[in-house]
Design a protein around this ligand. Structure first.
Ligand SMILES: [Mg+2]
Length: 283
């Protein structure tokens, strides 16, 4: 490794320099990161802020949704994503059905009880806005471009295959990925270690030499750690840390160089030095 930072990028896919000699004493360093796994939603694809923009657009034509503040509806919708999610991999509820149920509940919270077809229609309108307004997380594409030059990059995500493949096409990141591992295809979702095993196999690198970046503490951080993968928590909304600081944290994908250094850096570095804070001048 070269340069001033301890987090310099390993330049070769088959990083070989595992040991250094410091003042005559051999020091064995942990293996470098030789593959990166990334979550899709709210790590690469900006799901949360697209939701907010789509809800704001929907409120312009659905006056009863203005009975509550936009911020409240947005936060409730994000909460319902976990409470009323699809049962991908275990059957019985599709993504579309879960979305309709969420909007039935949101409408009810605004005082409007919607019959089934009306809830389906509201969900469809929301979906139209969402598709029109969707975007990448700032810095995501540049990060993938940098990572792809040096290590295998695999997206591991909970959702339906068709939906996630379409996001990859929309974002134009297919050539930058070495794999797309989706819970629907695997049959289990994060945090189940089995989906991480599939992702690690796609990268063709041992779990112990792999880093996982994701925004979900439970699915991405705890899931990766249970699978023997080094987790990095993507915490762009500044949520309180659930742990005492033992997991590296990234608050912005920009500046990209700093994010790359954090993801590919040596894993023995003290956790409180692993927080890559955003540079406001580059946001
Ligand atoms: Mg996510």
């Amino acid at each position: 490794m070269t340069g001033r930072s301890r987090f310099r990028l390993p330049r070769r896919r088959n990083g070989q320099a595992l040991g250094t000699v410091l003042r005559g004493v051999a020091r064995v360093e942990p293996p470098p990161c030789r593959a990166v796994l990334l979550d899709m939603d709210d790590t690469i694809f900006d799901h949360s802020l697209t939701c907010r923009a789509a809800i704001a657009a929907l409120r312009r034509t659905e006056p009863y949704l203005r009975a509550r503040p936009l911020e409240a509806l947005w936060q409730e919708y994000l909460g319902l994503l976990d409470a009323v999610g699809p049962r991908v991999g275990v059957g019985s509820r599709s993504v579309a059905e879960a979305r309709t149920e969420r909007w039935r509940r949101i409408a009810a919270s605004c005082g409007r009880e919607l019959p089934g077809p009306a809830a389906v229609e509201l969900s469809r309108r929301y979906r139209d806005h969402y598709q029109r307004l969707r975007r990448a997380v700032p810095g995501a594409r540049q990060l993938l471009e940098h990572l792809h030059r040096h290590v295998p990059v695999v997206v591991v995500t909970n959702n339906e295959v068709a939906e996630q493949e379409e996001k990859v096409r929309f974002l134009g990141i297919g050539p930058l990925l070495d794999g797309l591992v989706v819970s629907e295809a695997v049959g289990v979702g994060k945090p189940d270690p089995r989906i991480f095993e599939v992702a690690v196999s796609a990268a063709n690198v041992p779990a112990s030499e792999t880093t996982m970046l994701g925004d979900s503490w439970t699915s991405d951080v705890l899931g990766a750690r249970a699978a023997g993968i080094r987790p990095v928590w993507f915490n762009r909304f500044r949520r309180p840390r659930p742990d005492g600081g033992s997991v590296a944290e990234l608050r912005s994908l920009r500046p990209v160089r700093r994010a790359v250094d954090l993801l590919l850096g040596p894993r023995e570095t003290a956790p409180n030095r692993l927080v890559a804070r955003e540079d406001a001048s580059e946001l």
